[in-house]
Design a protein around this ligand. Structure first.
Ligand SMILES: [Zn+2]
Length: 118
């Protein structure tokens, strides 16, 4: 695990390998330890996409934002058993997107997670 400051807001973010881009949980900036801020020109989708996330035998209400070609940020309502490294199937795109949980932030009634496409 590496601890890297966000180049935009300075929040420290944990990342498993320096070459991967992750979104900052604080300001949403995309960056990696090795490459710094994400300068790729890929457009990100600012609008929220609501979807149902199936985990085990339960379904949670969720929404996705900051959808880019390499990853997505999601918000899941309730207390989902999300774990880092877990692969989720997100029915937000066609073909259906599979993404790995890079970070999870638990709040009292919802969880935020950053995912990277696999
Ligand atoms: Zn930041």
């Amino acid at each position: 695990m590496l601890r890297i400051p966000c180049p935009k807001c300075g929040t420290y973010v944990f990342i498993s390998d320096a070459g991967s881009f992750i979104p900052c949980p604080q300001c949403g900036a995309i960056f990696s330890g090795k490459h710094g801020p994400d300068k790729r020109k890929e457009p990100r989708t600012p609008k929220k996409i609501n979807f149902s996330l199936s985990l085990g035998d339960r379904t949670y209400k969720a929404s996705a934002s900051d959808l880019s070609a390499s990853g997505v940020g999601i918000k899941v309502f309730g207390r989902p058993p999300l774990a880092r490294g877990e692969i989720l199937t997100l029915p937000i795109k066609r073909p259906i997107m599979q993404a790995k949980v890079v970070w999870v932030k638990r709040l009292p009634d919802q969880s935020l997670a950053g995912l990277q496409k696999v």
